[in-house]
Design a protein. Structure first.
Length: 237
C-alpha cells in the first residue's frame, strides 16, 4: 500500500482506468476501484462537493441582494428566512462524513449561516418601524461582516476538501502483471474469516455484484467486509 502520487493519464483508457502511477521506479497501470463498483471516482466526488460549495456561496450572495432589493422596492421578501430551509441548510443538515477535518470545517458554518439569515428578521423589523433607510444601511454593513464571514468559511471548506484528498494505491498482481488499485483509504491488514453460506447475502443471491467473492469478518468488528475477487477484476481489463 502506498500514498498515490499524481497519476499520469494516457489516451484510450477505459472509464475505470486512471492512467499509470510510479512505485519505486515501477510503472503501474491504475484501476479506480470506486468506478469498478459503480461509484463516482474520489476526485470527481471531491470536485462535485467543491462545486456545490461554490453554488451555495453564490446563493447567499443573491439572497442578500434580493433582501436588499425587497427593502428598496417595498415588497415582501420571498426567499428562505429559516437557515434550515435554504438549499445549503437542507444539504448541511443531511450531510454526514467520517472525515474529522471536513467535519470541523463544516461545523464552522453554524454561526455565520444563522447570522446571515437573521438579517431578514432585522430588516423586516426596521422596515415595519418605518426605518427603511436604517435597514438598507444595516444590510450594506452585513456585506462586509456576516456575509463576508460566511464566504470565508466556504473558502476554508473548499480548501479542506482539496487538501484532505489523499488516495491510497494497493499494489496487486492481476493475471501476473503488477497493477495499482486506487482506494479511499486502508483500514487494516487482517485475516478475514469467511461467513457461512447462510449468513452471506452475496452467496445467497440477496446482493448482486460481479466483483465480490463473498463477505468475511475480521476479529473485533461486527460489520462484515466485502471480499474482492481479483480474478474477476482482471477480466475487466
Amino acid at each position: 500500500m502506498f500514498i498515490l502520487l499524481p497519476v499520469r493519464e494516457h489516451p484510450g483508457r477505459r472509464s475505470f482506468e486512471r492512467g499509470v502511477a510510479l512505485l519505486r521506479g515501477m510503472v503501474l497501470p491504475t484501476i479506480d476501484l470506486r468506478v469498478c463498483l459503480g461509484l463516482l471516482s474520489a476526485p470527481k466526488e471531491t470536485e462535485a462537493l467543491v462545486q456545490l460549495m461554490t453554488d451555495r456561496e453564490e446563493d447567499h450572495r443573491r439572497w442578500l441582494a434580493e433582501l436588499t432589493a425587497s427593502v428598496i422596492e417595498a415588497r415582501p421578501f420571498g426567499l428562505a428566512v429559516d437557515p434550515h430551509a435554504c438549499a445549503f441548510g437542507r444539504w448541511y443538515d443531511a450531510f454526514r462524513t467520517d472525515d474529522a477535518v471536513l467535519r470541523g470545517a463544516l461545523q464552522a458554518f453554524e454561526a455565520p449561516h444563522a447570522a446571515v439569515h437573521a438579517l431578514a428578521g432585522e430588516a423586516s423589523a426596521l422596515v415595519g418601524a418605518g426605518r427603511a433607510g436604517e435597514a438598507l444601511a444595516r444590510l450594506e454593513r452585513a456585506r462586509g461582516a456576516e456575509l463576508a464571514a460566511m464566504l470565508e468559511v466556504f473558502q476554508r471548506a473548499r480548501d479542506a476538501l482539496r487538501s484532505q484528498h489523499r488516495e491510497v494505491g494497493v499494489a496487486v498482481h492481476l493475471q501476473g502483471k503488477p497493477v495499482a488499485l486506487v482506494v479511499d483509504r486502508a483500514e487494516a491488514v487482517a485475516e478475514l474469516a469467511p461467513l457461512s453460506d447462510d449468513d452471506d447475502p452475496l452467496r445467497a443471491g440477496v446482493l448482486q455484484t460481479e466483483l465480490m467473492t463473498g463477505l468475511g469478518r475480521w476479529k473485533g468488528r461486527d460489520m462484515p467486509v466485502m471480499m474482492l475477487d481479483l480474478e474477476r477484476l482482471a477480466k475487466l481489463r
